[in-house]
Design a protein around this ligand. Sequence first.
Ligand SMILES: Nc1ncnc2c1ncn2[C@@H]1O[C@H](COP(=O)(O)OP(=O)(O)OP(=O)(O)O)[C@@H](O)[C@H]1O
Length: 482
Amino acid sequence: MASLLWGGDAGAAESERLNCHFSNLVHPRKNLRGIRSTTIPNIDGSLNMEENDEDDVVDLAANSLLNKLIRQSLVESSHRVEVLQKDPSSPLYSVKTFEELRLKEELLKGIYAMGFNRPSKIQEMALPMMLAHPPQNLIAQSQSGTGKTAAFVLAMLSRVNALELFPQCLCLAPTYELALQTGRVVERMGKFCVDVEVMYAIRGNRIPRGTEVTKQIVIGTPGTVLDWCFKRKLIDLTKIRVFVLDEADVMIDTQGFSDQSIRIQRALPSECQMLLFSATFEDSVWQFAERIIPDPNVIKLRKEELTLNNIRQYYVLCENRKDKYQALCNIYGGITIGQAIIFCQTRRNAKWLTVEMMQDGHQVSLLSGELTVEQRASIIQRFRDGKEKVLITTNVCARGIDVKQVTIVVNFDLPVNQSEEPDYETYLHRIGRTGRFGKKGLAFNMIEVDMLPLLMKIQDHFNSNIKQLNPEDMDEIEKLEY
Ligand SMILES: Nc1ncnc2c1ncn2[C@@H]1O[C@H](COP(=O)(O)OP(=O)(O)OP(=O)(O)O)[C@@H](O)[C@H]1O
């Protein structure tokens, strides 16, 4: 291991940590791409919040990491699986137990030590294909949290030869932090695999030219991996047996990563097993997947259809921001609220509303884009645990984050795009936070008069009925139920 370090400085300590043999990786407190870390707002009443009028942009990589940090267990998917097998006559049954996969004893021990009892839906379908002889290529899509990482980690750990001291499995992830998360799964699942080691090809882990890399599994970001393979010649791609492209949807969202991944893939031997995973499957992801994975089996979960059918939508006409706040208080006082998420368009509005509500004695928390991912994860966790009943947020929370007990969504500001037109997708995703899994939900839109035409467009677009509510009419408000 000493040969992999580059001196006795702080960097060496970092490198030592990154190259360790399944040691406990400490997650470095770093910010993700696109997340500004300047000031962290105090939401404890002592408000030194800097005024920042920026809209928060949705960062796919940050959302993906956030989901991993707050997820405690498998997301049970009830969606239909579609399987397109490369060779339909090949007898690749799905499996119901891990034993049926004839995994190495030490892997079964690792799986059970992680508390897994049986394969998830995606694992049930994908593992027989991934572990088949000869190895088969696979493109797999399944929503976030359904067990994809565990599936391909199992495939990598099944195929490594601990006695051969060179990289045999290569996994590309879109960010430093996501690579570390995958590495942790390799560590935990491979806990009983003696002499199997993982190495991180990520920025900051600088390895001297000519160093011999002896670890069998390399996880990294495309840029650094490319550098290690072609410039520094640390990895011999012709010896790679399993190539994994994780989070393909996030990957193609990042400038340059598709091309870099394709360059790496082109240098792999034809017998290398190629696996691609993605939580979503838009056309662009599909086109990329087909370019990079030759002759694949395909597993897809049908998309979750977000609908507005079981959500009752209302709007309240207001003169200004103060007026909107008053209406919100009336609604809040008039009905029993489980938990509510309130969306604002800008950070400035979100902060203003947080202060107002706190001064009125409400327990609220604020989630906006300048927080680190770890801070956001902890806020969402507290909200999930019911420690706060109201979460005020910008668009950072519109997608992907699942808090089941939310019964009310408030659009304190309507979502609009840069051309000042309604942002229908975001509306659907915001409102879709409530009324999930057949439960009923309520949505309120606080509308200043000039925004009314936009609300009407939203109503037409979704062909749904958004009813006007008089915020002074407490009788009517009290009759609302969900
Ligand atoms: N068969 C299983 N039984 C029980 N828990 C599981 C099983 N497979 C995975 N998990 C757990 O479920 C959670 C989600 O799994 P995993 O991270 O593999 O999902 P994912 O689909 O890769 O998510 P993402 O799209 O965010 O990458 C993790 O906490 C993991 O430990």
